[in-house]
Design a protein around this ligand. Structure first.
Ligand SMILES: Cc1cc2nc3c(=O)[nH]c(=O)nc-3n(C[C@H](O)[C@H](O)[C@H](O)COP(=O)(O)OP(=O)(O)OC[C@H]3O[C@@H](n4cnc5c(N)ncnc54)[C@H](O)[C@@H]3O)c2cc1C
Length: 516
């Protein structure tokens, strides 16, 4: 059965929840969708460090300067100004007062810490599980809001646009506009249209198109593919931030905080050699990008799937008290960090680019917004300052929800569309899993930390061939979440590799090595 609402929010991380609440507060009928069985989902619950608030001796100008430096001269200043001026107020109103997130206190004051490249201690946190606390509290508010309907276990297949879906052929002459989305009910495997006056894309990151990623499995970059196919402008996609050290094991990559190196941990190769001095005079304490690339190069040189972090010089009891969560994760995979070397690899962490948006989250397609990690507001430029992303998701989510509610009209045009054609062909799971292996290893090796023109061209050839294969079996396939994700994944990989190949200059997180 078809669905209809005023505002359709695609994604239930912090950005989606923030947008849903602000639109619903204006009295609009909101539907929020996630492809996961539970509402709490996406990268948000994985965030450990914290969210920017304000330091005791801080100012918007100081924060702005830190963001601009990290962004390597490529930030859009109006967006940075909006973030630094509105951000702290919205943290207070939404997260502290309305959601009562259990942030840590030091006496009567919120506990504030600094992270790399912050000139002030301005980051508030809830132990080392800030994202989980925020997502838990805000999803509670979403679940109890009378104007919000929740669709979990529903995957967005495509955005509905005038140019692609209207039965009225002359609609092609109208400005590109979105009037909802095709959703797949993962359980019944039926696809249906959800019509909406305004649609807000909040599908999060794309880390999972890479072999190694800190992101959860739902972060397959679906929103980039959806927007791309709808004709929305996407940019800065070449700026993928990689985290230098995640635990290498057969389980999901777990982030090993940079503070382990800060406390004296050193990086060694499989032969126990401290290789970082070959790359930078600061050795293991070199800047994040340099460490990540050095690890990647050393893995290639030694033909070994990881390098190691050695913190055995520290007192075992001190280590267990200082890093309880990391210690536990290591123990879970049989590594005792007080006695053993910790196997680590870099991993795709954050997408600085995405669907281009205005200060209110409007995309280049009418009636379509994008917020959070899927969007590109211009705040991050070519590289992200730590802990700005949760704040950006909160602020743009809130503003987009408000603007969508304000501009949404009863009389919006909904063209007639063709009924969804059900196909019955089951896709062989072996094909899907091999195609994913292909996407992830190609992105990792050719469009990853160290890029060369030859590698990127090779990636494009592989992806274009793969895309035609995937499209040909997609057309006749019985829809499942897996096939929909694969189609999105290959499209997003193409979008990122196109952006990387076109960006000739090394800037921020985009690094091209000259060919030997
Ligand atoms: C390990 C880790 C640590 C981090 N630490 C920090 C930190 O300390 N501070 C900070 O500011 N940032 C941090 N970040 C980044 C930050 O967590 C994210 O940028 C932010 O949470 C993104 O929020 P979002 O709402 O845009 O997307 P997400 O939280 O990723 O939510 C995306 C939503 O979209 C849904 N979705 C996706 N595709 C579809 C589809 N096709 N159909 C239906 N639903 C779909 C997902 O299920 C999910 O509900 C960290 C990230 C990671 C991975």
């Amino acid at each position: 059965m078809d669905e209809q609402c005023d505002i359709l929010v695609l994604g239930a991380g912090l950005a989606g929840c923030s947008a849903a609440l602000s639109a619903a507060d204006e009295g609009k009928k909101v539907i929020i969708v996630t492809k996961t069985p539970q509402l709490m989902s996406g990268n948000t619950p994985y965030a450990q460090g914290g969210i920017i608030y304000k330091g005791l001796h801080d100012s918007p100008e100081k924060l702005k300067t830190d963001i601009l430096i990290a962004g390597d001269g490529h930030c859009w200043e109006p967006a940075v100004d909006q973030l630094v001026h509105l951000g702290p107020d919205l943290v207070e109103k939404i997260l502290l007062e309305r959601c009562a997130v259990d942030f840590d206190y030091n006496g009567d004051e919120l506990d504030r810490t600094a992270e790399g490249a912050h000139s002030e201690s301005r980051i508030i946190h809830s132990k080392d599980k800030t994202g989980k606390s925020i997502e838990f509290s805000i999803t509670q508010k979403v679940q109890t809001h009378p104007n919000i309907k929740i669709l979990t276990d529903h995957t967005v297949v495509d955005l509905l646009t005038l140019s692609h879906h209207s039965k009225n052929s002359v609609d092609i002459y109208e400005k590109p506009a979105c009037f909802g989305a095709y959703l797949l009910n993962n359980k019944t495997e039926c696809v249906f249209p959800n019509y909406a006056s305004r649609t807000i894309l909040a599908t999060g990151g794309l880390g999972r198109i890479y072999l190694h990623s800190t992101n959860p499995k739902e972060s397959t970059g679906d929103g980039i593919a959806l927007a791309w196919r709808a004709g929305a402008r996407c940019f800065n996609l070449q700026y993928i931030q990689f985290h230098p050290t995640t635990l290498y094991s057969s389980k999901e990559r777990f982030l090993i905080s940079e503070s382990v190196r800060g406390e004296g941990g050193v990086l060694v190769d499989k032969n126990g050699r401290q290789f970082m001095f070959d790359f930078h005079p600061q050795g293991s304490l070199a800047p994040r990008d340099i460490v990540a690339r050095a690890i990647h190069q050393t893995m290639l040189d030694t033909e070994h799937p990881c390098v190691y972090l050695d913190i055995r010089s520290k007192d075992p009891q001190w280590l267990q008290a200082r890093f309880p969560t990391i210690n536990q994760h290591c123990l879970d995979v049989g590594v005792d960090m007080t006695k053993d070397l910790i196997p680590v690899v870099p991993a795709a962490h954050y997408s600085c680019g995405g669907v281009g948006v205005s200060l209110k989250g409007q995309t280049s397609v009418q009636r379509l917004y994008a917020v959070g990690e899927v969007s590109c507001t211009g705040v991050h430029g070519a590289n992200r300052l730590a802990s700005t992303s949760l704040l950006e998701a909160l602020v743009w989510g809130h503003l987009a929800g408000k603007d969508a509610a304000k501009t949404c009209k009863q009389k919006d045009y909904y063209p007639e569309i063709d009924a969804w054609e059900e196909c019955s062909q089951r896709v062989d799971q072996a094909l899907i899993s091999q195609d994913w292996n292909n996407i992830k290893s190609t992105m990792w090796n050719y469009v990853g930390l160290i890029r060369t023109p030859l590698r990127m061209h090779r990636a494009q050839t592989i992806f274009h061939h793969l895309q035609s294969e995937v499209e040909s079996f997609y057309r006749d396939a019985k829809m499942t979440k897996e096939i929909v994700e694969l189609r999105h994944g290959i499209q997003t990989a193409i979008a990122v590799s196109n952006a990387a190949i076109q960006a000739k200059k090394n800037l921020g997180a985009h690094y091209i090595k000259e060919e030997e």
